[in-house]
Design a protein around this ligand. Structure first.
Ligand SMILES: *Cc1c(COP(=O)(O)O)cnc(C)c1O
Length: 387
């Protein structure tokens, strides 16, 4: 007999349930009968790293053409079985998301703008001709899993519980068309502080040989194939002695787009205040990062200028050389903000801000982290209390 419970009222784990999601979606509860012992979990949480350990349970939902989304279940994290003809394995109908649950000083657990991840997940689905998962179901699934796995949310500064939602086409059919069956999974992985030894700037390689996204392509979708296509360029960057690849546009091969799986921002000065410049989204080739959007808003809240426009490799490197560019950083959920210390291409090498993390970069980083951990006022209602 399966117990059936509302999204955020699982297992009585929450002192203060988040009632917006209650009754929006319910999940069958078939939790792992053999979860980690407290001792084993504590051992993992001492040094979780990133993406190496997974909690005891996951949320599973299936979709069938004509029937829509079935009833979700929370069940043991375990390998799944797939028809070898499953179209995700052949034609790449596979999308994912990434966001985090944070422990607050008061001992609660919150997520940050999960509805924005849910909406982006739906847009990614749309681009790959997959069914959209309703935003409320996405958020309720996360609330349910996080509440159940509350003990897995680490407490040390800079740590979090990383949430990985994904959807794959499972129908076993070799015809090239949108599949009729899909599987949504959501699992969680404790994450250590990204920079355990202090924030360290990265070096970047501007790739002229490979393209991440082209107009009309899948660059705005968080789909598995984009990452598959990026790996060789990242390997190339490492071979050039750099930490990360920077992508330029596919058409003119001159405009800066992103760094690996993160957006980029450049810090100038205007009228005695910081001025942020970041590539705009109009080309339809950039992944619209939620961290990017949050930082633009935070900068404007502070009455700084934040400009979205094209910036060429030539402009960037000459601004670095002249000292006009003060700082550069990349931003995304996993590392929050990563300073860029040096830029290298086939045409030369440049050092940004003497290779040190810049003041504006570190300021914004601290502000965003404070907000995410519930330590700062939240005027935009971005912090979503879970339990
Ligand atoms: C996920 C991702 C980002 C960052 O998005 P966030 O919502 O800030 O985590 C940036 N670029 C690419 C290519 C990505 O896949």
């Amino acid at each position: 007999m399966t117990r059936r419970i509302a999204g955020s009222l699982l297992a009585g784990a929450c002192a203060a349930p988040y009632d917006r999601a209650v009754n929006a979606t319910t999940f069958d509860l078939r939790p792992n009968p053999r979860p980690h012992t407290d001792a084993d979990r504590h051992k993992v949480l001492e040094n979780p790293g990133f993406g190496r350990f997974f909690t005891d349970n996951m949320v599973v939902l299936r979709y069938a053409e004509g029937q829509g989304w079935g009833r979700g279940a929370l069940e043991a994290y375990a390998p799944i079985s797939l028809d070898p003809a499953a179209s995700a394995l052949h034609y790449g109908q596979a999308i994912f998301e990434g966001f985090k649950a944070y422990r607050t000083d008061a001992g609660g657990v919150v997520t940050f703008r999960p509805d924005a991840n849910a909406r982006r997940f739906a847009r990614s689905a749309e681009r790959l001709a997959m069914p959209a998962l309703p935003v409320e179901t996405f958020v309720a699934a996360a609330d349910a899993l996080i509440s159940h796995e509350r003990a897995w949310v680490p407490t040390q500064p800079g740590t979090s519980l990383y949430l990985r939602p994904l959807m794959i086409a499972t129908e076993g059919v070799l015809g090239v068309r949108p599949a009729h069956e899909y599987l949504f999974l959501l699992f969680a992985s404790p994450a250590g502080a990204y920079f355990s030894g202090g924030v360290k700037p990265v070096s970047v390689w501007i790739s002229e040989d490979y393209v991440r996204a082209s107009p009309g392509g899948t660059g705005t979708a968080k789909c598995a194939g984009n990452y598959a296509a990026s790996l060789v360029a990242q390997r190339d960057a490492l071979a050039k002695g750099c930490d990360q690849v920077v992508w330029i546009d596919a058409v003119e091969r001159k405009w800066i787009e992103e760094m690996g799986g993160m957006n980029v921002m450049f810090v100038y000065e205007a009228g005695g205040k910081p001025l942020l410049v970041t590539p705009d989204l109009t080309s339809g080739t950039l992944l619209p990062g939620i961290t990017r959007d949050s930082l633009l808003t935070l900068a404007r809240d502070r009455d700084w200028q934040a400009v979205e426009r094209r910036i060429s490799v030539d402009e960037l490197t000459s601004d670095i050389a002249s000292g006009k560019l003060k700082e550069a950083f990349a931003c995304g959920t996993a590392a929050v903000i990563t300073p860029i210390g040096s830029v290298k291409s086939s045409r030369g090498a440049w050092t940004v801000a003497e290779g040190q993390p810049g003041k504006v970069t570190m300021d914004l980083r601290e502000q965003l982290l404070s907000l995410q951990h519930g330590r700062a006022p939240d005027p935009h209602g971005w912090v979503h209390p879970v339990c």
